[in-house]
Design a protein. Structure first.
Length: 586
């Protein structure tokens, strides 16, 4: 799925293209058309749409599509008194070509009124590699510093380097997927289905999948749940390029394990209906690549990301009781009818109920092997169809490895919108942090318990109290949650007595948030996630350094000669930690 290949396929098959918004196109055009334009670098990961941006900018600025399609590595276009130099992929240039281009670019971007401006596309790694491989001059080094700072902060530190950098990987994929679904399911090509005799007489899996992905029947619930998975992945630093989102929606619509390459065409539908395998085309399976052969799905970066949530393998007793025993348990009759039997296409199908009955009867040795894959598919379906008003009843997020995923998204939305946080979130985070910091099952949740082991050993418990930091604002101390740069969550701890060093922050990714929630429940920190445990101990070290600086400035802990005062942590009957002072004479 490269831009050049797509354009050739469109011309060959005479298909109307799927048109998606180019997030930076208007800004690019405004800059390049201005009286004092700056050169532009488009960067990101493979599949983010860098070449698409370049081609659209070229055509909108008056460039010939025929000239663009010649495939020249470097394209040139006259824009009034200036020449625009377009490089659709910097990695295509040989070392000598890129060195010459960058040498010219350095001279032009450091001039106040250059004769040439540039539009260059390059992946993150390729961009820095080409810059550092070119002959080093003072001008090039200044441009490298500007590029590195733009990649990290988005700000150009050097006003003499007239350069913009736009990172397409920073676009929120969770919002883009809704746009892609609308563009693909609303394409005019679907009008041809109106004359299909199969759709008029039977359930066409392709048409059925389109209707479910569009979300008219469920008011967009499937889309919102899919957006939630992508959002959690992004907050964990996992990016979904546009190319992968297009592939995901295509696979969701067309997936079936018995079709060639696992993707249905209209010609495959009669055979699928004839052999009774309609349920294998389920959109809820296709989202996770279940229609593909296992090795192919495992090799796909897209499906590795989505299968990291464990949906299908993870479950709760409540959900499995419903899916396994719901047909026979009077107490589960109503929810089983609403959530399983009311979906005869992908839910309570004849194949599922037959396998369920055989499994419960245990009359056939192969009944277990037949039923468990179908149970896995039903768990996947439940994640996308369980109504929002019943999420807590059936513990929706227990169907994933992120049991606190829903709470994380709620908190992030509250921080972004400036609304009140759920009451349980701050006590949970503080309880989890305190148990990591002390290695004990402390119950303190209105103060942060900083403790040490008294040595540089790798002791798992820290019995010596260093400081109790108030969570509500008191005496200049506080611990609060704040929105992070990309709509996530950050914990900010302030110790302002004795001079204000500024808040000490910790980015709470969904993985760290989950870790703290599990530890607050009683999980052992190091056994649950060693990486998260080390990250939080590093945060604790920053806080210990800050409290030590504060004591020095406040001239605290001046004791008589020959005495050493130790503060041990003592747990009360309610599990709260309190200090117990012990004076040692030396």
């Amino acid at each position: 799925m490269y831009d050049e290949s797509i354009q050739r396929a469109l011309r060959r098959h005479r298909i109307e293209p799927v048109v998606l918004p180019a997030q930076f196109l208007d800004q690019l055009l405004d800059n390049l058309r201005s009286d004092s334009p700056r050169s532009e670098i488009l960067t990101g990961t493979a599949g983010d749409g860098k070449t698409y941006h370049c081609r659209e900018a070229w055509i909108r600025l008056g460039g010939s599509e025929t000239t663009w399609n010649t495939g020249d590595k470097i394209q040139r276009l006259q824009l009034g008194p200036r020449e625009l130099v377009v490089v659709k992929d910097l990695s295509e240039l040989r070392a000598d070509e890129s060195a010459a281009l960058l040498a010219d670019m350095v001279r032009d971007v450091t001039r106040p009124a250059p004769d040439r401006i540039y539009l260059i596309a390059a992946n993150h790694g390729q961009l820095l590699e080409k810059l550092k491989a070119a002959p080093q001059t003072a001008g090039l080094q200044a441009m490298v510093r500007a590029v590195e700072e733009l990649l990290v902060t988005g700000e150009n530190p050097d006003p003499e380097v007239r350069l913009n950098l736009r990172d397409l990987s920073q676009a929120p994929a969770s919002q883009m997927i809704r746009t892609i679904i609308a563009a693909m399911t609303g394409h005019p090509g679907w009008d041809q289905c109106e004359a299909c005799p199969i759709r008029a007489a039977q359930t066409c899996p392709i048409w059925e999948n389109r209707a479910r992905v569009q979300g008219e029947a469920d008011s967009g619930l499937l889309q919102r749940r899919l957006m939630a998975l992508v959002e959690l992945s992004e907050q964990n630093g996992i990016h979904f390029p546009v190319r992968q989102l297009l592939a995901l929606v295509a696979n969701t619509l067309l997936g079936h394990p018995d079709a060639p390459d696992g993707l249905m065409s209209c010609a495959d539908v009669p055979d699928i209906l004839a052999c009774g395998s309609l349920d294998q085309a389920s959109v809820y399976r296709n989202i996770f690549g279940e229609n593909l052969k296992p090795r192919r799905a495992e090799k796909s970066d897209l499906f590795r990301k989505l299968n990291a949530f464990g949906i299908g393998g993870e479950t709760s007793n409540r959900v499995d009781n419903l899916l396994v025993y719901g047909a026979d348990d009077p107490a589960l009759e109503a929810p089983y009818r609403d959530l399983v039997l009311n979906d005869p296409v992908y839910g309570g199908t004849v194949a599922y109920t037959r396998a369920q009955h055989s499994y419960l009867e245990g009359s056939d040795a192969s009944a277990r092997e037949e039923f468990l894959p179908r149970l896995r598919a039903q768990r996947q379906r439940m994640f996308f169809v369980l109504p929002e008003q019943r999420e807590s009843e059936f513990d929706l997020w227990d169907l994933t490895v992120f049991r606190y995923g829903g709470l994380y998204l709620d908190v992030a939305a509250c921080l972004t919108n400036g609304t009140a946080l759920p009451r349980r979130v701050m006590p949970m985070i503080m309880r989890g942090l305190n148990r990591v910091f002390t290695g004990m099952l402390v119950q303190n949740q209105d103060e942060l318990v900083l403790a040490t082991s008294g040595s540089h050993s790798q002791s798992k418990t820290s019995p010596l109290l260093d400081e109790l930091i108030s969570v509500p604002r008191q005496g200049g101390e506080e611990a609060v949650l704040a929105p992070s740069a990309r709509g996530g969550i950050a914990l900010s701890v302030r110790l302002s007595r004795g001079g204000d060093p500024g808040p000490i922050g910790l980015a709470l990714t969904p993985t760290r948030f989950e870790f703290l929630g599990r530890v607050a429940e009683g999980a052992l920190p190091s056994s649950f996630s060693l990486e998260c445990h080390e990250d939080l101990l590093a945060f604790k070290a920053k806080l210990l350094s800050a409290t030590e600086r504060r004591r020095v400035l406040d001239e605290d802990e001046r004791y008589a000669a020959g005495e050493l005062v130790l503060r041990f942590i003592e747990l009360g009957s309610d599990g709260r930690a309190s200090p117990r002072r012990v004076t040692v004479r030396t």
